[in-house]
Structures are given as C-alpha cells and as structure tokens.
Design a protein. Structure first.
Length: 421
C-alpha cells in the first residue's frame, strides 16, 4: 500500500507516483505553508486519544496477539503521541529555538529551518516506530518519505492517514511507500530526493545505506543497540522479579531490553549462585505473563540443547521455556532472545576496558539499587558509552523528554540559519 497526498493507492501505482514526487515536494517547499509544531501536536493528540479509546482495536489487537505483546505495552508507547509528551519534547530538544527568530547581535538574527526532506527507513521491531519517526520529522517542518519495514501490518499507513485527516495541512508532508529493500534503484531514487536519510536498524542496514545514499545527502543513523543489566550479589529477589517482568513483556526484542547480566565478581561460583536464584523467579514470571510464543519456545529449546551437547550442560539453567546460560567470556552479545539470558563476570574496574570497544552498540544498563560503589559504577558505565542507566526492570521505561541513544532527534532534523536583519 502507498500513502500519497493523503490518499491510499495500490503498489502497482508506485512507479507513476514516484515519478511526480520530486516536483510535488519542491512545490511544497516553495509554498512554505508548513504546519506549525503546535498544529502537528494537536493532530497527534487527537489521534492518541482515538487510539486509547480503542477506535483502532480491529487492527491493533490482532497485531498484538500475533506478537504475544500485552495491550499495556501499546498503551505505554502510544503516550509518545500525546500533547503533554510532545510539548515537553519540543521544550527540551528545541529550547529557545522554538520561539522562532532570535537576535544574534544588533545586525543579525538566528532561526531554524527544517533540513527539508527526510527519507525514513524504519525497523520493524516496534510497530509504532515508523509513524513516530515521521512525526519527529513533522515537528520541525520536514517533508517525510517513509519506506515501510518488511512485515508492516498496515498500522503505519492507517495512523498517518488518520493524522492527515486530523490536520489536512499535513497532506503534502507525508508520503509512504511499501518498497522492498531488494528494489535498490527505487530506494536510491527516494534517497536522492532527501536532504537526509534516517536509518533505523542493525549493522547490515547501516552498511547497506552507505551504498545507496546519494553523496549529496546525509545519513542519520539510529542503529541497533544492545542492552544488559549489571548487578552484584546484593541484588534483591524483588528486583530480579522486576527484571524478569521487563524481559518477558518485551521478549527482548527492543534495543533497551536486557540480553544478559554482568556480575561484579571474578568468581564463577557467584555466577552459578545468581543463576540458581534467578531461574525459579524467571520461570514464575514467564508462566504469569504468558508472552512466550510456542515457536520461539521450541527454537530456544533446540539452542539450549545444543549448548548442552557442546559440553556446557553444567552452565545451563532452564525450565519451562526460560533459560540462563553461565558463560566464561566477557563479550557483549545478543542472547537467544525470547526469555533467554546469559550471565558473565565483569569486575567494576574492568567496565571501561571491556565495554568501550562496543561504544556504538551500548544503550541501556539496569543496575540493582543497593549495588556497592553505585556512583563509581554509574560513572564507569557512562564513560564506556552507555546512554541510559536505570533500575532493574526499568530498561524499557519511558520518561518524558528522554534523549534517543544520547541525542535529540529534533536537533538532528533541522539546521540553524543566521542572517542579516
């Protein structure tokens, strides 16, 4: 499906519509009748209220069910679209720039302009992400072209079409195409129209982008991240339970999800002690949340069985589909996902040495509240490159005004213009 000037078209119209897209966007830039951030926020807030009032449950509920995601998960992320959240985002990310023209000195002034045209290549691990990426572009006045992620179930076009209905000025500022990544020439063409290409995804997506993005355009990367927890043996059972709830609710599919646990120790026995404490808690939470798909449970059972065959049977703790693997290396890596964790030793004095090489992958670390030398550990994690440090169980929590991977997107989607009066 295609969304073009507020109307939905079948994919067989793609070539025809793309052929006229550049001219349409240039005319929009020339008219300079872009909606203000207040108009965008008002439309988003109206749409948010319709979502939480279950107007779109016919699309949303089957989608959540297919992914084994509870409705509370959607409700939490939908708040990003609310008026209060977006106004706070504007205040924090734009600051005084939101006021428009600012004096530089007696003869010169300063103001911001959008980059112009953004081409968003969205990842598919969060279903509200493609629409939200477009909204961030809209907030500072950009025209937005969205390439839908593989497997998009129609939610992105639905939300963006309804957003245009709430604010018709957005008609000329939102274009959505369902272009497969294999159609390289089409992706190149869309990227060539843009001032910047926004890439959401892992190393392969980032590397591929550098092959097709026009040299005269810039790349803004929101890359794949790996998150984890860092604890000592003073960690409390209720904190471990909170961590398990976070893991089971997301099935570790988010960049902020804990993949494993580093323990502030150099003792293998300590790792096994923690794994033994954690397994019954992990199993209980998994049984309660019921978010583990049977297919993934079967897949992980095979992967865990292979670990045992490779001579690691004494390091594997598993029950009812959840699993923990004690490892003797310090590599930062993905787990098997879907309620599997690794546990590794990492003394606090080695945090920077071990984690700094992963600086572009680091995002969230959750720690126990009573961890020894807490301030020192927080400083070490920050210096290694971590951008979010939370309590156990809060890896994927949302706070108004948070940065994204340590940066403010709105600042990256605009440019500062300085001019004579």
């Amino acid at each position: 499906m295609i969304l073009y000037k507020g109307k939905v078209f079948d994919n067989d119209k793609q070539e025809q519509l793309i052929s006229s897209l550049r001219e349409e966007m240039f005319l929009t830039l020339q008219k300079n009748d872009r909606p203000s951030y207040l108009e965008v926020i008002d439309a988003c807030d109206k749409l948010y209220k319709r979502v939480i009032n279950h107007e779109f449950d016919g699309v949303v509920l089957p989608l959540l069910s297919s992914l084994n995601i509870p409705y509370s998960f959607l409700d939490r992320y939908a708040r990003h679209f609310s008026k209060d959240e977006l106004l706070k985002k504007i205040d924090i990310e734009l600051g005084e720039l939101k006021e428009g023209v600012l004096p530089l000195n007696e003869n010169n002034l300063r103001f911001y302009e959008p980059l112009g045209i953004l081409f968003h290549i969205a990842a598919g691990n969060v279903d509200l992400l493609p629409a939200y990426s477009v909204i961030e572009g809209l907030l500072v006045g950009n025209i937005n072209i969205l390439k839908l992620p593989t497997g998009d179930k129609g939610l992105s076009i639905l939300l963006l079409r309804e957003l245009i209905k709430e604010q018709p000025k957005l008609t000329d500022y939102i274009y959505v195409f369902d272009v497969p990544s294999t159609e390289i020439e089409t992706v190149k063409k869309l990227s060539s129209y843009a001032d910047a290409t926004i890439i959401w995804g892992g190393d392969k997506a980032q590397k591929a982008a550098r092959q097709f993005v026009d040299i005269r355009s810039s790349i803004i990367s929101w890359g794949h991240k790996i998150s984890f927890s860092y604890v000592d043996l003073k960690v409390k059972d209720d904190e471990l339970e909170a961590l398990c709830h976070s893991i089971c609710s997301s099935n570790q599919l988010l960049c902020s999800s804990t993949q494993g646990i580093y323990v502030n120790t150099d003792s293998v026995d300590d790792l096994h002690t923690l794994a033994g404490r954690l397994l019954p808690i992990f199993y209980k939470v998994s049984r309660t949340t019921k978010t583990l798909p049977l297919t993934m449970k079967a897949k992980n059972s095979i992967l865990v069985y292979n670990e045992k065959l490779e001579g690691n049977a004494n390091n594997v703790y598993s029950k009812g589909g959840v699993s923990i693997i004690v490892k003797d290396d310090q590599e930062l890596e993905l787990s098997f996902l879907y309620q599997n964790l690794w546990i590794k030793a990492l003394k606090s004095d080695d945090i920077i040495k071990v984690l700094k090489p992963y600086k572009n992958l680091l995002q969230t670390v959750s720690i126990n509240s009573n961890i020894k030398s807490k301030k020192t550990i927080i400083n070490y994690l920050a210096r290694a490159g971590v951008t979010r440090i939370t309590a156990l169980g809060d890896n994927s929590r949302i706070i108004s005004g948070e940065s994204h991977d340590g940066e403010y997107p709105l600042r990256r989607y605009l440019r500062i213009v300085e001019s004579i009066k």
